[in-house]
Design a protein around this ligand. Structure first.
Ligand SMILES: *Cc1c(COP(=O)(O)O)cnc(C)c1O
Length: 425
């Protein structure tokens, strides 16, 4: 095979590391091969462009830049200021928000900053229950959010497995929260941010919408935006947004100063300027028509994969999907989520186990698996491949025979060979 620009980029990168550290170079190559030869269906993962990778691997990693553009605690910030200004401007263009802070190192830290900007220890906070689709940072007892605040988790309805907005309203009237957290990690349906904000505002609560998973759809207008309704909107930049691993917080103008103080010096020190530069690059990409088509394809692929699995007899939480992910409910007496994850892994298909609403198994075992299409769509796969993937998943889950799993792995290799990513390896 002829060397592509991608091949040259990655072999130069690995060769540079190899001169100093052959063990890490080997691990880097191994990871690139794992990506290339497997089906990545973890809903929170994606593949960034070489331009985003290059910005992440740049000299801006060296710079201390505590503070904000124009108001830094260190000299020599003129070029990192350019990067942060561009990241902020482009984020505003993408999401139409009043103010944005692009410094959070991760989604968890973005959320922590909002808690710090809005709540005191012991305040009443609502978050969606983890096993119903929420995130650890939305009030789980083992997370700082659950340890610091008085958390009341809200749930999905048993019949529809969609958010129980009526119960949420009743809870809000009863407990008068300071903050309602909405947004999810494992929820396949549209979230009605407008209704949640109305519920919160009726009782004088603030709202934080965490769009970590669905940011890409929100950016291109294929999911209703929380920005006009919610005081704070947090996100990761590495999921559907397809940028570097990191976080970001948007807020309405009156909260701008409190938010910036909460990020720095509240919860962080020096910002990761190389990552902020890469965020700017990813946002520029997300502003293109090509990115909009990509997100459309992610949604089409999720719908086709979901329908194909349902036709094969699998039960989906909430009966389908409106976004980039779906949850198979494997059933209380079926194969567990943990077993399903392990077995699919042996066949070259990467998913994660997940609890389903009202699960009777422990979170580490789970009765479901979560499947998402952002990564496979980034390597160019479409509806035909989704139908093929559904049948491969079906074969693996229904068979106890290791030979069948190995045979599926061969088919995964064949399928992925036609959709190379990050050069050939
Ligand atoms: C992924 C995710 C986060 C956390 O992001 P990290 O960067 O892993 O800290 C927060 N909230 C939601 C809803 C998520 O899905």
């Amino acid at each position: 095979m002829n060397a592509t620009p991608g091949d040259r980029f990655f072999s130069a990168l690995e060769a540079t590391v190899r001169e100093v550290d052959p063990q890490i170079a080997e691990a880097l190559l191994g990871e690139r091969q794992r990506i290339d030869r497997g089906l990545e269906l973890i809903a929170s993962e994606n593949f960034v462009s070489p331009a985003v990778l290059a910005a992440m691997g740049s000299v801006m990693t060296n710079k201390y830049a505590e503070g904000y553009p124009g108001k830094r605690y260190y000299g020599g910030c003129e070029f990192v200021d350019v990067a942060e200004e561009l990241a902020r401007e482009r984020a505003k263009q993408l999401f139409h928000c009043d103010h944005v802070n692009v410094q959070p190192h991760s989604g968890a830290q973005a959320n922590m900053a909002v808690y710090l900007a809005t709540c005191q220890p012991g305040d009443v906070v609502f978050g969606m229950d983890l096993s119903h689709g929420g995130h650890l940072t939305h009030g789980h007892p083992l997370n700082y959010s659950g340890k610091t605040f008085q958390i009341h988790p809200y749930l999905v309805r048993r019949d529809t497995e969609t958010i129980d907005y009526d119960a949420l309203r009743d809870m809000a009237r009863q407990y008068r929260p300071k903050l309602i957290v909405c947004g999810a990690s494992a929820y396949p349906r549209i979230i009605d941010f407008e209704t949640i904000a109305a519920i919160a505002h009726e009782v004088g609560a603030l709202v934080m919408a965490d769009i970590a998973h669905i940011a890409g759809m929100v950016a291109v207008g294929l999911h209703p935006s929380p920005v006009p309704h919610c005081e704070f909107v947090t996100t990761t930049t590495h999921k559907t947004l397809r940028g570097p691993r990191g976080g970001m917080v948007m807020c309405q103008a009156p909260f701008a100063e409190a938010l910036d103080k909460a990020v720095f010096p509240g919860v962080q020190g020096g910002p990761l300027m190389h990552i902020i530069a890469a965020k700017a690059v990813a946002f520029a990409e997300a502003l293109t028509p090509a990115y909009r088509s990509y997100i459309q394809q992610v949604l089409t692929n999720a719908r086709v994969l979901c329908e194909s699995l349902m036709e094969l007899g699998w039960r989906m939480v909430s009966g389908g999907t409106d976004n980039h992910l779906m949850l198979i409910n494997l059933g209380a007496d079926g194969i567990s989520g943990k077993k399903a994850e392990e077995r699919l892994g042996l066949a070259g298909i990467t998913v994660n186990k997940n609890t389903v609403p009202f699960d009777t198994r422990k979170p580490y075992i789970g009765s479901g698996i979560r499947i998402g299409t952002p990564a496979v769509t980034s390597r160019g796969m479409g509806p035909d491949e989704m139908r093929r993937i559904a049948s491969l998943i079906d074969r693996v889950l229904r068979s106890e025979d290791e030979a069948v799993w190995a045979e599926v792995k061969q088919q995964v290799l064949e399928l992925t060979r036609a959709f190379p990513i990050y050069g050939s390896c």
